[in-house]
Ligand binder design. Sequence first.
Ligand SMILES: [Zn+2]
Length: 361
Amino acid sequence: MDQNCDADKIILRQPDDWHVHFRDGAVLRAVVKNTASIFNRAIVMPNLQPPITSVEAAFSYRRRIMEAIPDGVIFTPLMTVYLTDDLPIDVIERGFQAGLFTAAKLYPANSTTNSSEGVSDLKEIDSILETMQKIGLPLLVHGEVVDQEVDIFDREAVFIERHLIHLLERYPALRVVMEHITTEQAVQFVEANSSRLAATITPHHLHINRNAMFAGGLRSDYFCLPVVKREHHRRALRKAATSGNSCFFLGTDSAPHLRSFKESSCGCAGIFNAPNALESYAQVFEEEGKLHKLQGFASEFGPAFYGLPLNTGSVTLVRREQVIPEFFEVNNGLGSKEKIVPFHAGETLNWSVLGLKEALE
Ligand SMILES: [Zn+2]
């Protein structure tokens, strides 16, 4: 399927989201529809509390996700397992053989939301990584060091130098995705190792630089991890995403938090972009003059990396301005409602996704 693209309408092969956080409970039930109504599949992050560290927990989480998909919507959650220092190898093997795990996620301990049980030292998971390499299970990496001596804006670049180079050398056949890259150094490193290293890029890292977090005050809505960087990094990411290079593909890292957890003296990291992620990406590709490269990034390079079939359906974007809501209301599970603020809240995006009914008219 070629991308069909004119000045006012884009018909794309249906995309997938290769990195999303659905959370659990009331938030899960509120947010799944945003992803499921546009994307055919999504790689679901396992950093719940407690994290997904068993086959049974992953099956159960997948069932809760399936129950949250609206009637009539076809969507496949692709499950991941959360690596810990003492995760039994048979969990990896059984989950893989059952067709349940699409990948395993490495969080350096305490690097981001719900990562305290992550890996303290890569040496601790040596035999797990060997097993993954042997059976062909991809490793997804949150690529930041947690060393307090390292400036927060340098943590991704230092992770590459200290850990990722050695990891790729030590496991030459392991397939790796560096998730939500944020720096020029990551772009260059992924390009140089693209035979088996890929990267996801979020909409927010393409739209904002670190000034956004401090524009007129402290803006927790723009706080995420890895934290947004300087403008030249944003430019490098935009160039990479729109390049048509198959080692870069769509992963929103949509990460909802209730308002009360964002507006706090210690606000949570994460940006909720799922409701308008595709339109947000489309705007970037248009601004870069690369709309014709959107389908590869959104719908083709991810399946190719994971060895999964291309989607056969399509989605249609039309040039129709839409104002993004200031917030969504979610039942907080305690009988009252709370807000979740989406990315681009109150802003106008140029493109809109046509509903299925409209698309057929
Ligand atoms: Zn994430």
